[in-house]
Write a protein that binds this ligand. Sequence first.
Ligand code: ADP
Ligand code: GLC
Length: 485
Amino acid sequence: MKKILFVTSEAYPLIKTGGLADVSGSLPIALDALGHDVRIVMPAYADVLASLGDLPSKRINQAGGEVEIFETELPGTSVPVWLVSHQGAFDRSGNPYLAENGKSWPDNAERFSLLCRVSVEIAMNRMGFGWKPEIVHCNDWQTGLIPALLEDEGDRPATVYTIHNLAYQGLFPKELFQKLGLPQHFWSYNALEFWDQLCFLKGGLVYADRINTVSPNYAVEIQGKEFGCGMDGLLKERKDRLSGIINGIDEEAWNPATDPLIPHAFELGNMAGKDANKAALQKYFKLAPDKNVAVIAMVGRTVQQKGIDLVIEILPKLMDLTVQLAILGSGEKKYEQTLKHWNSLYPERIALKLGYDEPLAHLIEAGSDLFLMPSRFEPCGLNQMYSQRYGTVPIVRCVGGLADTVEDANPANLEQGKASGIVFRESNAEALLQAVTRALELFNAKTEWKKIQKTGMKKDFSWKQSAIKYLDLYALAEQDRQSLV
Ligand code: ADP
Ligand code: GLC
């Protein structure tokens, strides 16, 4: 049995802004099911505390003030969660990273360095919990200082750092390096400095015993200029320590046969519910009730990464085709505004809900025919997997985890029963439009369509296999750590 401290800035169902929360709410459970002792550390956001009621807590003087750690569990499981609270750091409601004006909270460096420092204290068994992990598993920039700070400790646990998205690097002005009181030797190109800025991400990339990303393909892509976000040189240098492990999905929450968030259950061999969900979705959005028109869905952050601008660019042409669109998302205001405009032009054909809506995300997966993910880059992506499980055929760009999890419906793959979606290469509007046109041809060729749906629905996206791979990675990290002693 391994003792693993899993540090994250969000975990479903406590708080979620994206896929990191899904992973943090699932992987620890899968590791626990394999008999390991996993404990999660995350910030005690005001909304999380409010949703949990009274919790036992421990107070300790640390980081120039009193830290309070609330003890709870991932809801419905016995996986312990430690929620870190410190003065006003996390005691504000709303988005964990962004203020209401859509800009980062001005004190994000202080907030997440506090999370890192407290995690190091827990990892070194100095918080009075009587528990010392063998592995500290860090996720994304918010936890990046942990491998660096642990490097200065004797007898430290091994560290694993998972890159969920290399584009978010935790970059802050140089002054903050001083303000955070980080040891001077970290101010170096070989440490936390990145073009004269403080870079949290580099703490993980430089110091972790092992680094991984959330798909094998993205692990290769980020070693090149196009996807490396300026870190490709460093990642290439550390390529012997870098690997990719594909995310799984929560197969209980995302199971069309038992999903309580959809009105009609369905499964392979009994697909009537899928049609009924389509009608329910059209009704919800006041789209024209027509079962022969293809409903194309999109759920996610409306940002450039996700190619929302390409979708907007082809909207005029899409309106010449027999399709309806169902879009749920939030993100950059300029895209939200443009989508609103299109929704007002074609209320019966372009449905839009701005904001975050978990139940609606399930209804959209259940009731749509096609799902669009024209991402510029995609470390893993989860919705293409949910889609396949729900018989909703994904149209994806051939990048990152999308390329690893969707097989294109070309004649050879169709023939061999491997095709599970439509995969296109170029990142432009023309290629996207062509992919949609190809998808519609398949949608109208009913036998092929059923075959594609069936192949997707039968695929195994469970966390168990990936959790076993993480255990192998932990073992390698421990070996690397030992070799330094
Ligand atoms: P990313 O983490 O880059 O945003 P992923 O595909 O890994 O992308 O994960 C996004 C997760 O967040 C999925 O579970 C998706 O269903 C969910 N999601 C994104 N936007 C919304 C929204 N507006 N409402 C409900 N769920 C959303
Ligand atoms: C990031 C990536 C996404 C990935 C998720 C979970 O947010 O953008 O592709 O699925 O992390 O690992």
